[in-house]
Design a protein around this ligand. Structure first.
Ligand code: SF4
Ligand code: SF4
Ligand code: SF4
Length: 252
Protein backbone atom coordinates (compact mmCIF):
# COMPACT_ATOMS: atom_id res chain seq x y z
CA UNK A 1 0.00 0.00 0.00
CA UNK A 2 1.23 3.48 -0.82
CA UNK A 3 0.26 7.01 0.13
CA UNK A 4 1.88 9.99 -1.60
CA UNK A 5 4.54 7.59 -2.82
CA UNK A 6 5.36 6.14 0.60
CA UNK A 7 5.36 2.43 1.33
CA UNK A 8 3.14 2.31 4.40
CA UNK A 9 4.22 -0.80 6.30
CA UNK A 10 5.79 1.03 9.21
CA UNK A 11 6.14 4.70 8.54
CA UNK A 12 9.19 6.42 9.98
CA UNK A 13 8.17 9.68 11.57
CA UNK A 14 10.05 12.75 12.77
CA UNK A 15 8.54 15.57 14.83
CA UNK A 16 10.20 18.97 14.73
CA UNK A 17 9.57 22.33 16.35
CA UNK A 18 10.23 25.89 15.31
CA UNK A 19 8.85 29.09 16.88
CA UNK A 20 5.95 28.09 19.09
CA UNK A 21 5.16 26.98 22.61
CA UNK A 22 5.55 23.22 21.90
CA UNK A 23 1.98 22.74 23.08
CA UNK A 24 1.08 20.84 19.93
CA UNK A 25 3.90 18.33 20.43
CA UNK A 26 2.89 18.03 24.06
CA UNK A 27 -0.62 17.10 22.96
CA UNK A 28 0.81 14.11 21.09
CA UNK A 29 3.23 13.12 23.83
CA UNK A 30 0.56 13.40 26.53
CA UNK A 31 -1.91 11.00 25.07
CA UNK A 32 -1.11 8.11 27.38
CA UNK A 33 -4.35 6.22 26.72
CA UNK A 34 -3.67 5.62 23.04
CA UNK A 35 0.01 6.55 22.77
CA UNK A 36 1.32 3.00 22.81
CA UNK A 37 -1.02 1.66 20.13
CA UNK A 38 -0.54 4.84 18.08
CA UNK A 39 3.24 4.55 18.21
CA UNK A 40 2.95 0.87 17.35
CA UNK A 41 2.01 1.96 13.82
CA UNK A 42 5.10 4.08 13.52
CA UNK A 43 8.81 4.10 13.94
CA UNK A 44 9.71 7.31 15.72
CA UNK A 45 13.16 8.33 14.51
CA UNK A 46 13.19 11.91 15.78
CA UNK A 47 10.87 13.43 18.41
CA UNK A 48 12.78 15.42 21.01
CA UNK A 49 9.95 15.50 23.57
CA UNK A 50 9.62 11.73 23.89
CA UNK A 51 12.77 10.13 22.50
CA UNK A 52 16.56 10.46 22.44
CA UNK A 53 16.61 9.14 18.83
CA UNK A 54 17.96 11.73 16.37
CA UNK A 55 17.59 9.97 13.03
CA UNK A 56 17.09 11.79 9.76
CA UNK A 57 15.65 8.83 7.81
CA UNK A 58 12.01 9.81 8.31
CA UNK A 59 9.23 9.42 5.76
CA UNK A 60 6.81 11.82 7.42
CA UNK A 61 7.86 15.04 9.15
CA UNK A 62 5.37 16.66 11.51
CA UNK A 63 6.44 20.28 11.83
CA UNK A 64 5.26 22.52 14.65
CA UNK A 65 5.82 26.27 14.97
CA UNK A 66 6.30 29.25 12.69
CA UNK A 67 9.49 30.62 11.17
CA UNK A 68 10.88 33.69 12.92
CA UNK A 69 14.68 33.43 12.62
CA UNK A 70 17.06 33.13 9.67
CA UNK A 71 18.61 29.87 10.89
CA UNK A 72 15.16 28.24 11.03
CA UNK A 73 14.79 28.62 7.28
CA UNK A 74 17.84 26.50 6.51
CA UNK A 75 16.83 23.85 9.04
CA UNK A 76 13.29 23.69 7.65
CA UNK A 77 14.59 23.28 4.11
CA UNK A 78 16.77 20.38 5.23
CA UNK A 79 13.75 18.69 6.84
CA UNK A 80 11.74 19.26 3.64
CA UNK A 81 14.49 17.63 1.56
CA UNK A 82 14.53 14.51 3.74
CA UNK A 83 10.77 14.09 4.26
CA UNK A 84 8.56 12.42 1.68
CA UNK A 85 5.52 14.00 3.32
CA UNK A 86 5.69 17.18 5.37
CA UNK A 87 2.74 17.93 7.64
CA UNK A 88 2.36 21.32 9.33
CA UNK A 89 0.80 20.80 12.76
CA UNK A 90 -0.80 23.59 14.76
CA UNK A 91 -1.86 27.11 13.93
CA UNK A 92 1.68 28.51 14.27
CA UNK A 93 2.91 26.16 11.54
CA UNK A 94 -0.18 26.45 9.34
CA UNK A 95 -0.82 30.21 9.56
CA UNK A 96 1.87 31.84 11.70
CA UNK A 97 -0.57 31.73 14.62
CA UNK A 98 -0.12 34.02 17.60
CA UNK A 99 3.42 34.73 16.40
CA UNK A 100 1.94 36.61 13.47
CA UNK A 101 0.90 39.42 15.82
CA UNK A 102 4.57 40.43 15.73
CA UNK A 103 4.28 41.31 12.04
CA UNK A 104 2.14 44.32 12.92
CA UNK A 105 5.28 46.08 14.11
CA UNK A 106 8.65 46.83 12.56
CA UNK A 107 11.27 44.26 13.55
CA UNK A 108 13.42 47.11 14.85
CA UNK A 109 10.65 48.07 17.28
CA UNK A 110 10.13 44.45 18.30
CA UNK A 111 13.81 44.00 19.13
CA UNK A 112 14.06 47.31 20.99
CA UNK A 113 10.79 47.06 22.92
CA UNK A 114 10.83 43.36 23.77
CA UNK A 115 14.50 42.55 24.15
CA UNK A 116 15.99 45.91 25.12
CA UNK A 117 19.74 45.56 25.56
CA UNK A 118 19.58 41.78 25.10
CA UNK A 119 19.26 41.92 21.34
CA UNK A 120 18.27 38.78 19.43
CA UNK A 121 18.06 38.11 15.74
CA UNK A 122 14.45 37.95 14.66
CA UNK A 123 12.53 38.33 11.42
CA UNK A 124 9.02 38.76 10.12
CA UNK A 125 7.04 35.62 10.97
CA UNK A 126 6.14 33.18 8.21
CA UNK A 127 4.04 30.04 8.22
CA UNK A 128 5.76 26.80 7.19
CA UNK A 129 3.95 26.90 3.85
CA UNK A 130 5.39 30.33 3.07
CA UNK A 131 8.90 28.84 3.16
CA UNK A 132 8.63 25.26 1.86
CA UNK A 133 6.03 23.06 0.19
CA UNK A 134 3.59 21.62 2.74
CA UNK A 135 1.67 18.43 1.89
CA UNK A 136 -0.93 18.67 4.62
CA UNK A 137 -1.98 21.13 7.31
CA UNK A 138 -3.52 20.13 10.64
CA UNK A 139 -4.52 23.39 12.37
CA UNK A 140 -5.42 24.13 15.97
CA UNK A 141 -3.91 25.91 18.95
CA UNK A 142 -3.15 23.38 20.14
CA UNK A 143 -3.96 20.65 17.66
CA UNK A 144 -6.58 18.13 18.65
CA UNK A 145 -4.62 15.03 19.58
CA UNK A 146 -7.48 12.81 18.41
CA UNK A 147 -7.41 14.54 15.04
CA UNK A 148 -3.63 14.23 14.60
CA UNK A 149 -3.75 10.54 15.51
CA UNK A 150 -6.64 9.93 13.14
CA UNK A 151 -4.88 11.69 10.29
CA UNK A 152 -1.54 10.01 10.88
CA UNK A 153 -3.31 6.64 10.92
CA UNK A 154 -5.02 7.65 7.64
CA UNK A 155 -1.60 8.52 6.22
CA UNK A 156 -0.21 5.15 7.29
CA UNK A 157 -3.16 3.14 5.99
CA UNK A 158 -3.69 5.18 2.85
CA UNK A 159 -7.23 6.21 3.80
CA UNK A 160 -8.75 9.50 2.63
CA UNK A 161 -7.97 12.38 4.94
CA UNK A 162 -11.02 14.32 6.02
CA UNK A 163 -11.63 17.43 8.08
CA UNK A 164 -15.00 18.70 9.26
CA UNK A 165 -16.44 21.25 6.82
CA UNK A 166 -19.05 22.58 9.22
CA UNK A 167 -18.44 25.34 11.79
CA UNK A 168 -17.68 25.16 15.51
CA UNK A 169 -21.26 26.30 16.21
CA UNK A 170 -22.50 22.83 15.24
CA UNK A 171 -20.35 21.13 17.89
CA UNK A 172 -21.20 23.85 20.39
CA UNK A 173 -24.95 23.45 19.87
CA UNK A 174 -24.66 19.67 20.17
CA UNK A 175 -23.24 20.25 23.64
CA UNK A 176 -26.22 22.45 24.52
CA UNK A 177 -23.86 25.28 25.49
CA UNK A 178 -25.13 28.76 26.19
CA UNK A 179 -23.98 30.92 23.29
CA UNK A 180 -21.24 33.24 24.54
CA UNK A 181 -22.68 36.07 22.44
CA UNK A 182 -25.55 35.96 24.97
CA UNK A 183 -22.93 36.38 27.71
CA UNK A 184 -21.59 39.54 26.08
CA UNK A 185 -18.58 37.94 24.39
CA UNK A 186 -17.62 37.72 20.74
CA UNK A 187 -17.17 34.26 19.21
CA UNK A 188 -15.86 33.21 15.79
CA UNK A 189 -17.61 29.83 16.00
CA UNK A 190 -20.01 30.58 13.11
CA UNK A 191 -17.14 30.89 10.60
CA UNK A 192 -14.48 28.57 12.06
CA UNK A 193 -13.92 24.96 11.04
CA UNK A 194 -15.07 22.47 13.68
CA UNK A 195 -13.06 19.56 15.03
CA UNK A 196 -11.97 20.84 18.43
CA UNK A 197 -15.21 19.88 20.16
CA UNK A 198 -16.02 23.58 20.67
CA UNK A 199 -13.58 23.54 23.54
CA UNK A 200 -13.45 27.33 24.05
CA UNK A 201 -17.17 28.13 24.04
CA UNK A 202 -17.71 25.08 26.25
CA UNK A 203 -15.60 26.97 28.81
CA UNK A 204 -17.53 30.19 28.13
CA UNK A 205 -14.65 31.65 26.11
CA UNK A 206 -15.28 32.92 22.60
CA UNK A 207 -13.72 31.02 19.70
CA UNK A 208 -10.82 32.94 18.11
CA UNK A 209 -10.73 30.91 14.92
CA UNK A 210 -7.53 28.91 15.47
CA UNK A 211 -8.63 26.13 13.10
CA UNK A 212 -9.17 28.36 10.09
CA UNK A 213 -12.34 28.93 8.11
CA UNK A 214 -15.30 26.58 7.83
CA UNK A 215 -16.42 25.79 4.32
CA UNK A 216 -18.59 28.58 2.92
CA UNK A 217 -17.87 30.82 5.91
CA UNK A 218 -19.91 33.99 5.47
CA UNK A 219 -17.79 36.80 6.86
CA UNK A 220 -20.24 39.58 6.06
CA UNK A 221 -22.99 37.77 7.90
CA UNK A 222 -20.67 37.14 10.84
CA UNK A 223 -19.67 40.81 10.99
CA UNK A 224 -23.34 41.78 11.02
CA UNK A 225 -24.10 39.35 13.88
CA UNK A 226 -21.21 40.81 15.89
CA UNK A 227 -22.29 44.40 15.13
CA UNK A 228 -25.86 43.53 16.18
CA UNK A 229 -24.44 42.33 19.51
CA UNK A 230 -22.78 45.69 20.07
CA UNK A 231 -19.19 44.99 19.05
CA UNK A 232 -17.39 47.72 17.13
CA UNK A 233 -15.96 47.12 13.66
CA UNK A 234 -12.30 47.50 14.84
CA UNK A 235 -12.89 44.99 17.65
CA UNK A 236 -14.41 42.52 15.20
CA UNK A 237 -11.49 42.88 12.76
CA UNK A 238 -9.01 42.45 15.61
CA UNK A 239 -10.61 39.13 16.56
CA UNK A 240 -10.77 37.96 12.94
CA UNK A 241 -7.03 38.49 12.54
CA UNK A 242 -5.84 37.03 15.83
CA UNK A 243 -4.37 33.71 14.58
CA UNK A 244 -3.94 34.87 10.99
CA UNK A 245 -5.94 31.69 10.31
CA UNK A 246 -8.66 33.51 8.41
CA UNK A 247 -6.28 35.95 6.77
CA UNK A 248 -6.30 34.54 3.27
CA UNK A 249 -10.05 34.11 3.33
CA UNK A 250 -10.56 37.62 4.62
CA UNK A 251 -8.58 39.04 1.72
CA UNK A 252 -10.78 37.36 -0.89
S1 SF4 B 1 -0.27 26.29 17.62
FE1 SF4 B 1 -0.63 26.98 19.73
S2 SF4 B 1 -0.16 25.17 20.99
FE2 SF4 B 1 0.74 24.81 18.96
S3 SF4 B 1 2.86 25.55 19.12
FE3 SF4 B 1 1.62 27.26 18.35
S4 SF4 B 1 1.05 28.42 20.21
FE4 SF4 B 1 1.71 26.39 20.88
S1 SF4 C 1 -20.84 30.20 21.58
FE1 SF4 C 1 -19.85 30.51 19.61
S2 SF4 C 1 -19.71 28.47 18.75
FE2 SF4 C 1 -21.24 28.40 20.37
S3 SF4 C 1 -23.19 28.77 19.33
FE3 SF4 C 1 -22.43 30.76 20.07
S4 SF4 C 1 -21.32 31.60 18.32
FE4 SF4 C 1 -21.57 29.41 17.93
S1 SF4 D 1 -13.15 26.90 19.85
FE1 SF4 D 1 -12.15 28.06 18.20
S2 SF4 D 1 -10.29 28.97 19.11
FE2 SF4 D 1 -11.05 27.34 20.50
S3 SF4 D 1 -9.92 25.50 19.88
FE3 SF4 D 1 -11.86 25.48 18.75
S4 SF4 D 1 -11.40 26.51 16.79
FE4 SF4 D 1 -9.73 27.00 18.21
Amino acid sequence: MKYLGIETEKVRIGVFDFTGCEGCELQLANKEGTLVSFLDLLEVVNFREISSERGDNYDVALVEGAISRDNEIERLKQIREKAKVLVAIGSCACFGGVNYLKNRFSMENVVNEVYGEHKVETRRVQSIGEVVKVDLEIPGCPVSKEEVERIVVDLVTGADIKFPKYPVCIECRQKLNTCVFDLGKICLGPITRAGCGAVCPSSKVGCLGCRGPAEDANYDSFRQIALDHGFTAPRIEEKLKFFNALGAALQK
